[in-house]
Design a protein around this ligand. Structure first.
Ligand code: XUL
Ligand code: CO
Length: 440
């Protein structure tokens, strides 16, 4: 298809010396690294909402984006044009996966029944295009946050009628995700939080949210949806106190309600930084708890306190992210979903290509650097040595649970000389730099 972006042909890998803005410099999809192609490692995904639906509006101004699918006669014609454009983009960028919310791909009707009919119509168009272009759905989700009906929340609303509506929306979104062969289903709790405890029954809200998640798990079983359920933490925005603050908070919640075996975590880089964590921290916490499920790839602006959802261009961050992902044994059945949007001033259609190329190249470079770092084992060896006191003597006894406070007191009383070693942070940072600069 060459309908919406006639000036851009298929984006090819041309190598780091290329000056062609519409070429990959580092992302060489079929290059094999450690037995897997870059494409298999990275599992890139297009976010429908930021790419096809968003127009660049902000609290101070209307949309600025000039899109080749603008100017349709009605909302369904617009939805269909966007769907065609999505596949042209994925085809030209060689992106295998996409993700959407129900309301991104089809407009809302006057009633829920009408809304579902509209969704079905677009889903059948989507299914045909997926077959034609050999594209896959990474995950689906329901938008239970944009409509005014969700003013007090969806799963955590004070209004049972709204809870029922959200449940109905999630049921339909699960059916649609299954129909399209989705590999996952995400819950991002856009309105699941609160502004003030003066009007909030937090205990009931959290119990109800868990009830909703359990209902989704039960229904998935009933219809035979076997995709991975994911929760996407975010600490703030839109509500002041979002219940799914970060990975550790979500883990505590899942464990309290016995939901931990059904859910993994979808880590978004800019959500991690809003929680005052690094992207790597969140990936690491998820990994060591066996719940690293998928990634929303983007970056924030360290000087701004909100979710800017920028395309990732920071190689340091993508290197450390890929380090965690490699140590996790990969991200499948999750992927790297670009939950990223072009800046408001990057309003031309071509900017979409340039932004995806920048993000894909940055992750590809991060992958190669992280792979080399892990293969050579510089950090691993340092870490091994740093904790080696737990491999023998009293350290081994601590780890094996053979000693208590009394035995440790006896040991400490007989050992008056304690020697610590440097943590060598600056050295380790310069080693990481060396891999980034030289490939090592
Ligand atoms: C919002 C956000 C969402 C989720 C899906 O900050 O990240 O787009 O990824 O609902
Ligand atoms: Co996201």
């Amino acid at each position: 298809m060459n309908k919406y972006f006639p000036n851009v042909s298929k984006v090819k890998y041309e190598g780091p010396k290329s000056t062609n803005p519409f070429a990959f410099k580092y992302y060489n999809p079929y290059e094999v690294i450690g037995g897997k192609t870059m494409k298999e490692h990275l599992r890139f995904s297009l976010s429908y909402w930021h790419t096809l639906t968003a127009g660049g509006s902000d609290p101070f101004g209307v949309a600025t984006a000039v899109r080749p699918w603008d100017g349709q006669n009605d909302d369904m014609a617009l939805a269909k044009a966007r769907m065609e454009a999505a596949f042209e983009l994925m085809d030209k960028l060689d992106i295998e996966y996409f993700c959407f919310h129900d309301r991104d791909i089809a407009p809302e009707g006057k009633t829920l029944a009408e809304t579902n009919e509209k969704l079905d119509e677009i889903v059948s168009q989507c299914k045909e295009l997926m077959k034609k272009y050999n594209k896959k759905l990474l995950w689906g989700t329901a938008n239970c946050f944009s409509s005014p009906r969700y003013v007090h929340g969806a799963g955590t609303t004070c209004n049972a009628e709204v809870f029922a509506y959200a449940a109905a929306q999630i049921k339909k979104a699960l059916e649609v995700t299954k129909e399209l062969g989705g590999e996952g289903y995400v819950f991002w709790g856009g309105r699941e939080g609160y502004e003030t405890l003066l009007n909030t029954n937090m205990e009931l809200e959290l119990d109800n949210f868990a009830r909703l998640l359990q209902m989704a798990v039960d229904y998935a079983k009933e219809i035979g949806f076997t995709g991975q359920f994911l929760i996407e933490p975010k600490p703030k925005e839109p509500t002041k106190h979002q219940y799914d603050f970060d990975t550790a908070t979500v883990l505590g919640f899942l464990r309290k309600y016995n939901l931990e075996k059904h859910f993994k975590i979808n880590i978004e880089a800019n959500h991690a930084t809003l929680a005052q964590h690094t992207f790597q921290h969140e990936l690491h916490v998820a990994r060591i708890n066996n719940v690293l499920g998928s990634v929303d790839a983007n970056q924030g602006d360290p000087m701004l306190g909100w979710d800017t959802d920028q395309f990732p261009t920071n190689v340091y961050d993508t290197t450390l992210a890929m380090y965690e992902i490699l140590k996790n044994g990969g991200i499948a059945p999750g992927g790297l979903n670009f939950d990223s949007k072009v800046r408001r001033a990057s309003f031309e259609a071509e900017d979409l290509f340039l932004a995806y190329i920048a993000g894909m190249d940055t992750f590809a470079k991060g992958l190669t650097v992280a792979y080399n770092l892990l293969q050579n084992g510089d950090l691993e060896k340092f870490m091994e040595e740093r904790y080696s006191s737990f491999n023998e003597g009293i350290g081994k006894e601590i780890v094996e649970g053979k000693v208590g406070l009394k035995e440790l007191e006896k040991h400490a009383l007989s050992n008056n000389i304690i020697v610590n070693k440097s943590g060598r942070q600056e050295l380790l940072e310069s080693i990481v730099n060396q891999y980034i600069f030289e490939g090592k």
